[in-house]
Design a protein around this ligand. Sequence first.
Ligand SMILES: C[S@@+](CC[C@H](N)C(=O)[O-])C[C@H]1O[C@@H](n2cnc3c(N)ncnc32)[C@H](O)[C@@H]1O
Length: 268
Amino acid sequence: MVDITASNREGWSRHAYRAWVRGKGSPQAVAEELKAAPWRKLEPFCSVLGDPEGRKVANLLGSNGKAAVSLALLGADVAVVDLSAENARYAMELAEAAGVKLRYLVADVMNLPAEQAPADCDLVLMELGILHWFTDLGRFFKVAAAMLKPGGRMIVRDFHPVKNKLLRWKDGRMTADGDYFDESLRAGAVPYSVFLTNEERAEVPEVYTRGWTMGDIVTAVADAGLVIRSLKEEKGAVQRWVFPEEAPAGTEERMPGIYTLTADRIAP
Ligand SMILES: C[S@@+](CC[C@H](N)C(=O)[O-])C[C@H]1O[C@@H](n2cnc3c(N)ncnc32)[C@H](O)[C@@H]1O
């Protein structure tokens, strides 16, 4: 049996820093972009986020820290939880260059010591490549919900299961011949490997993911005791980047590649 967390820690920790520098720019250059437009990275959350000023935020699986630093620039008190020490290095340099404070916990979010876990948060935010790293979705949402204060909000924006599990693209054609209900673990290349040379890529271990259906996701959020406020499925040019280049023109107008689910911990 694969130890998915150990494999994923390895995969996400080898060469991530240099991949982000190549793919996104140096932390100093990115800090200038974020300072000039702190809302840009958070644009998709505008309607559900509210004003970050003075709010306590846990950014789970926050990777290179772009969203976390954007929130901090807008006045939030932000903690990131992420497995990768290389991501942490990039994010902390980014925060320093942006002139903001950031707490970055290099840890498995499912096994955080109680004294380290973010608590009493106004907001738990996570985006773009989150839920498929977990094999127990019910427990994951309970962990996330426990970080919220009563009245706090959880926002998860992630790749749509229909796009990830069902659809396939080949030679300019799209087919729906994946298995939406597939529960198996899948091995693959870590996403940042597109920024690596062939030699570097060969040194990065494969990572493992487990896809979830929309029913799994909604049910696990409800089971965690959260009240679902909205489930927005994206449409149009804004999400064209999610689909492969070979996807037929107009795909992004006809199906969702990303969804945003917003749920609250209600005050007793
Ligand atoms: C695709 S990235 C998330 C994208 C990121 N939020 C962004 O917008 O750039 C996935 C992240 O999850 C982290 N990760 C995977 N499994 C984890 C776990 N069990 N605990 C904490 N972090 C984990 C990886 O280190 C990686 O940084």
